[in-house]
Design a protein around this ligand. Sequence first.
Ligand code: DX5
Ligand code: ZN
Length: 221
Amino acid sequence: MTVRIAPSILSADFARLGDEIAMCVEGGADWIHIDVMDGCFVPNLTYGAKVIETVRRLTTLPLDVHLMVVEPEKYFQDFVSAGADVLTIHQEAAPHLHRQLARIRELGARAGVALNPSTPVASLADVVDDIDLLLVMTVNPGFGGQRFIERSVEKIAQARALLDARGRRAAIEVDGGIARDTIARCWRAGADTFVAGNAVFAAADPRGEIGALRALCGEVA
Ligand code: DX5
Ligand code: ZN
């Protein structure tokens, strides 16, 4: 399994966004994670198509867009047009998950589903064949810099077991509190894609931190 590190620009300095993205590229980031929040599904507001389009102009790396919004389908077309490569929607915000995932793929993007800490992996049993990525939230979504929820490790293992049982190769992404002290446990449990906001952007050497996180997975591979 290949490790992917996806710095989340939620923790970036937006006054220097171009430099921050360049730092991610130089540090060897695989994807750029963009958190879209609507102040309704989560108690925080961030950004939308305009910022996706801006980041698209700054890098050729895949843009991993995490939609923490109600009625996510309203934004699919705009976000794909803006340059999103992966669109991940929340199971809790998508009553017609099967149709919504199909729509994302129809638009040419990779389709992801995210699970809040309280939502069981088994709730995705009927859409396993329709996803390219399964995102296990390792904090309650809404803010960067929160503490990793330990119970998530078992959930990652359940997600891996579900995909393996069905012979699927979808990515398993983890998001929230991923740092030097948590990443290896998630990797061992079966995650391969790691979102890191605070761990990268608040590090003394942000560029080096991307490689340091990746190396911690290598050690246990
Ligand atoms: C939280 C967001 C995350 C956030 C992670 O709701 O989905 O992507 O940026 O931040 P850290 O890595 O600081 O926990
Ligand atoms: Zn996120």
